[in-house]
Design a protein around this ligand. Structure first.
Ligand SMILES: [Zn+2]
Length: 95
């Protein structure tokens, strides 16, 4: 059991490092405005392919993750508290 755990932790660290590297490589394409070269990359479970890459897809109009979501807030800034606007702010840790 200890031997298995000893192999899992380096595997997790290695996988995290690989994914971080993939994120940086794809972020370079985006930041250099080369979206045609950017890919959605997945780690494959197949041994013959380490990665699976797909071209970027257009944003899904009904998805709040890949869309720019904007809302309008009307309030009196003199009397409105942050907690009224964002009730979850009390759970945020100040930096
Ligand atoms: Zn989406």
């Amino acid at each position: 059991m200890i031997e298995m755990a000893g192999n899992i932790i380096p595997a997790i660290a290695t996988t995290n490092a690989i994914v971080a590297g993939l994120c940086v490589l794809q972020a370079r394409h985006v930041l250099q405005n080369r979206l045609d070269e950017a890919r959605i990359v997945f780690i494959s479970r197949r041994p013959e392919h380490a990665f699976i890459a797909e071209a970027l897809k257009p944003p899904n109009p009904s998805c709040h993750v890949c869309q720019i979501v904007r809302g309008e807030l009307k309030c009196d800034p003199a009397t409105t508290t942050l907690e009224e606007v964002c009730p979850f702010q009390k759970y945020l840790t100040p930096v």
